[in-house]
Design a protein around this ligand. Structure first.
Ligand code: HAM
Length: 410
């Protein structure tokens, strides 16, 4: 035998049982989105590397070390998409969607790729369900999207998912805050971890994310952006919060909430579940009012979120739904063509029908039909069929040509 080949590290196969669980997540999401006026969009699995470098941000972990990038053979660098927001914005610009009535509300469900160190709940290929609303900065869009994610998680049974909420202000406020924060970090650099120290000027905000006690102590007294919002951002944030309260969505104000992507402005949020362990983020997102312009489109406000399907399944502890049993199992003792025709006719009539495909004895075929939970077991015998109702335990012989009508009427 040749040596075996395993799936690449950090990837997984979706086997039928798992597919059934994921189908519940996808169906619930689709129903919620469509009810709220979101339409499906899907973008390619790979994009120009430049899209993520510019969109997600050069200083982020994603762009610095987690992208699967490759040369397309013609000297152009392509990247397996690590996230969906920059691609949706690219599609929005490319298809002139700014000409559509605002906001343009879109959702997607598909695989994403990040070269992270695999661990429980963290994969190199994972699936996200996500939504983006482009063309409006109305705080009700922020609230609507947060409520949608809260509802999705609640409906699926992620009861312990907690919502953290913050505002990252506008780029000007943030730039001056970054300078203040960087100055504060330089003043205390002796207590900071080497990684944080080395990134003070590149991205001082990431210091809020650090785990080491020294940095944490410094950050506890650091200036907070949320206390420095300008009046327009403060009012926008207050309105988002009051709409969430109106919707009965509980949240925790968290001034230290840092998202791993650079495009955010104003509202940011994340749902975390304790049942997930280290990778507690189930889903998150925020506003990105400068992103469309950054990738070559007209100035366009936008907001969205994405949630990991694997993490939702883990946090919700979804049960595997039982498969639908067949209505009819067609058995035969060599009359393959007649059984095959019957199976096709039964399916045409809308019945769930299976036929013997593994050369079992008639006794073995009945066992198989029982294992599958089939209602009827039909043995093809020339022009007639011996039909057994496996639930009622009755048996009759009828014309083969009459079988399907007889079962449809049953
Ligand atoms: P993100 O926080 O990077 O945001 O990812 C969103 C969700 O994807 C996470 O909360 C997590 O559930 C899942 N996820 C991320 N990385 C992994 C991984 N390696 N393995 C398993 N699951 C993972 C974004 O991607 C933004 N595009 C969200 C957004 C949309 N912001 C605005 N619009």
């Amino acid at each position: 035998m040749s040596s075996k080949i395993a799936a690449p590290r950090g990837t997984f196969d979706i086997l039928p049982e798992q597919a059934a669980q994921r189908e519940i997540v996808e169906r619930t999401a689709r129903e919620l989105f469509e009810q709220a006026g979101y339409a499906r969009i899907e973008t390619p699995a790979f994009e120009a590397t430049e899209l993520f470098a510019r969109g997600v941000g050069e200083s982020t972990d994603i762009v610095q070390k987690e992208m699967y990038s490759f040369d397309d053979g013609g000297g152009r660098s392509l990247t397996l998409r690590p996230e969906g927001t920059a691609p949706v914005c690219r599609a929005y610009v490319e298809h002139g969607m700014h000409k559509l009535a605002a906001p343009v509300k879109l959702y997607y469900i598909g695989p994403f790729f990040r070269a992270e160190r695999p661990q429980a709940g963290r994969f190199r290929e994972f699936w996200q369900v996500g939504a983006e609303a482009l063309g409006s900065d109305d705080p009700a869009v922020d609230a609507e999207l947060i409520v949608l994610l809260a509802k999705l998680l609640a409906q699926l049974g992620c009861a312990d998912a907690r919502l953290r909420l913050s505002s990252l202000a506008n780029p000007q406020t943030r730039a001056s805050y970054r300078e203040q924060l960087a100055a504060y970090l330089h003043e205390h650099d002796a207590q900071l971890s080497p990684t944080v120290r080395s990134r003070i000027d590149l991205n001082p905000l990431r210091a809020f994310d650090a785990d080491d006690p020294g940095t944490k102590a410094v950050m506890a007294k650091a200036p907070r952006l949320i206390d420095r919002l300008d009046p327009a951002d403060a009012e926008h944030f207050a309105e988002v919060r009051s709409l969430l309260e109106l919707a009965g969505v509980a949240y925790e104000l968290d001034a230290t909430l840092v998202r791993g992507l650079d495009y955010y402005t104003r509202t940011v949020f994340e749902f975390a579940s304790d049942s997930l362990g280290a990778q507690s983020g189930v889903g998150g997102g925020g506003r990105y009012d400068g992103l469309v312009e950054l990738i070559g489109g007209p100035p366009t406000p936008g907001i969205g979120w994405a949630a990991g399907i694997e993490r939702i399944v883990l946090a919700a502890g979804l049960e595997t739904p039982t498969a639908q049993p067949p209505d009819l199992y067609i058995a035969h003792d060599g009359r393959r063509a007649a059984a095959f025709e019957l199976a096709l006719a039964a399916r045409r009539a809308g019945l769930r029908a299976q036929m013997e495909l593994a050369g079992r004895s008639l006794k073995g075929q009945q066992k198989q039909a029982e294992r599958l939970g089939a209602r009827y077991f039909a043995v093809v015998e020339g022009e007639s069929v011996r039909l057994r109702d496996l639930r009622a335990g009755t048996e009759e012989t009828i014309a083969r040509a009459a079988l399907v009508d007889r079962l449809v009427a049953a």
